[in-house]
Design a binder for this molecule. Structure first.
Ligand SMILES: [Mg+2]
Length: 254
């Protein structure tokens, strides 16, 4: 029996318009009433995670999502209508900030090896507050080339490379949607087999392949659909938000 559902936000629960499909909202309300816990797992910072929930009138006032995983690292819990950070969030953030000098070294090496790559980097305020370096590429091909180089350069470091579309992040190995999801499962004393995770992109791969029941939507990257299918997961016929409704109806509703 499924007890926890973890949903990526952009490209998955949200339609390109930023809205949640009304049918999917109804299914989410139903499974919440049945006792299933809903969690959002996103690369967005906390405040920017609340924005689409507000726009969709899910927050404040709704009984879900009961947890948010923001920045692919920080866990927040809904208590009496408000989201409160877990105590370990600040410790994990500090650990990641300490790795910024190594990220900058890797960035310098990347520029030396591939001077023709065009990209922007998040500013130092963002690096400190979010805890990591994010590179924004003009094309996906360039982002993929940078990932190949950075993966090689980061091998002997405590860092990993995470791509989401045209953006590439240098993250602590303890960060990532998969790692955060495993922490949440431990906290809730759940087996991974009691969890469904849904995502559409490469930054979702870790949570889709960590032992939970994986699912994805029709709009997902080809490699993500292939990875989910390989594990016997569910690939929805519908895209984005409606695809999430289809997945929940298929895997969670009794
Ligand atoms: Mg996504």
């Amino acid at each position: 029996m499924i007890k926890l559902v973890v949903l990526d936000l952009d490209g998955t629960l949200l339609d390109p318009s930023g809205l949640i499909d009304p049918y999917t909202c109804t299914v989410l309300e139903k499974i919440t009433r049945d006792g299933v816990v809903i969690t959002i797992a996103t690369g967005r910072p906390f405040q920017r995670t609340l924005l689409p929930l507000r726009e969709n009138q899910v927050y404040p006032g709704s009984t879900f999502p009961q947890f948010l995983i923001c920045e692919e690292r920080d866990i927040y819990e809904l208590q009496s209508g408000e989201y409160y950070p877990q105590l370990e969030n600040s410790e994990l953030h500090s650990q990641e900030v300490k790795l910024l000098p190594i990220s900058h070294q890797l960035l310098s090496r990347l520029t030396e090896i591939a001077p023709s790559l065009e990209f922007a980097v998040n500013n130092s305020y963002s690096q400190q507050t979010r805890g990591f370096l994010e590179l924004y590429f003009v094309t996906r091909t360039e982002a993929e080339e940078a990932v190949r180089i950075l993966v090689d350069l980061s091998r002997a470091t405590p860092l990993k490379v995470v791509r989401n579309g045209r953006n590439v992040c240098l993250r602590a190995k303890s960060s990532g949607k998969g790692e955060a999801l495993v922490r949440l499962a431990r906290m809730m004393k759940l087996e991974l087999s009691e969890i469904v995770a849904v995502g559409d992109s490469h930054n979702d791969l870790a949570m889709l392949t960590c032992g939970v029941r994986p699912a994805t939507t029709a709009n997902a990257d080809e490699e993500i659909r292939a990875a989910v299918a390989r594990q016997g997961g569910y690939v929805a016929a519908a895209s984005h938000s409606r695809g999430v409704g289809e997945i929940l109806k298929h895997l969670v509703c009794l």
